[in-house]
Design a protein around this ligand. Sequence first.
Ligand code: CA
Length: 372
Amino acid sequence: MKQLKHVMRQITGLVVLGSLLALASCAEKQQAAAPAEAEVEKETIVWKLAQTWGTGFPIFGDAVIKMADMVNEMSGGELEIRIDSANKHKAAFGILDMVKAGQYEMGHSASYYWKGKDPNTMFFSTMPFGMIAPEQYAWFYYGGGMELMKQVYDQHGVYSFPGGNTGNQMGGWFRKEINALDDLNGLKMRVPGFAGEILSRLDVVVTNIAPGELYTALERGTIDALEWVGPSLDLNMGFQKIAPYYYTGWHEPATELQFMVNKAAFDALPGHLQEILVTAMQYAAYDMYARSYHDSAVNLASIEEEYPDVKIRTFPPEIIAEMKRVNQELLAESAANDPTFRKILDSQTAYMKMARKWTEISDYAYLKDNLE
Ligand code: CA
């Protein structure tokens, strides 16, 4: 990558040198020279970004707009990123392929959507019973997470970067209360990813339904329960009107979205634009985490006020214990067949064990005695 950057800088240098030589040979036309030089400096690189989300999608889409605006401002217009939503490209779950192919230089999506192509991608969104957001950010930036993510995505021709965190997601909306393991038997639930595999082994009938069809599916009884995100985004969907039990989370404790950049396109950028892009992506990601927390807090208050019949519940300990057992079983099965899976799992497990001791005597110790 460094070599390529070096070559690119040399090429850029040659272009500048070339234009200087041209200017020198036409010294008598000095009035014409200034605009020509300015043109070289102001040349705009235009990139396209494809996002999984539809036009105007709150929070997730806003993070992408923030990143693109920052890049444009910080680069003085040298790098412009144009955003295509799923309404335009019609391939919400084709982002990785499109960025890999160079059809788009960038993408915004979630790493666990590529689990079917490569199971190792799922580790970079969130894992059931895994790290919470501060622990996971620490792992990404200082605990080896970025290096492991690069290793996985190198095989797909893209660089992947954290793309915004939703914080802890809620366990979902249920039409009936879940009191025992038997209540899960035959329950039809929309839940994607690894959590879906866990619930499937607990006899839940697992489906994945596009966001736009979720409300109708729950209202008509096509499904009995669903998980989406949390108060930040669930309130707009209206689930609180038709499923009164809102369960706390276990399956997505720190869902991190993802910026993707085509490797060849990134490597060809001049160094200062690479730095601007990386900085803007990291800022937009962290900003989305704050925004998600804010919107969840505000919306939860309005759920409590406007929908007093909504009952917030936590799954009984026997269900949580069984989910944990099955989670371990499934992870061990995959790790046995794939050394990279084992390596990432070991890294996350060891890091969480270490970081959790700090979480326990800092945030947890503080919160358990200071909830009011
Ligand atoms: Ca979710």
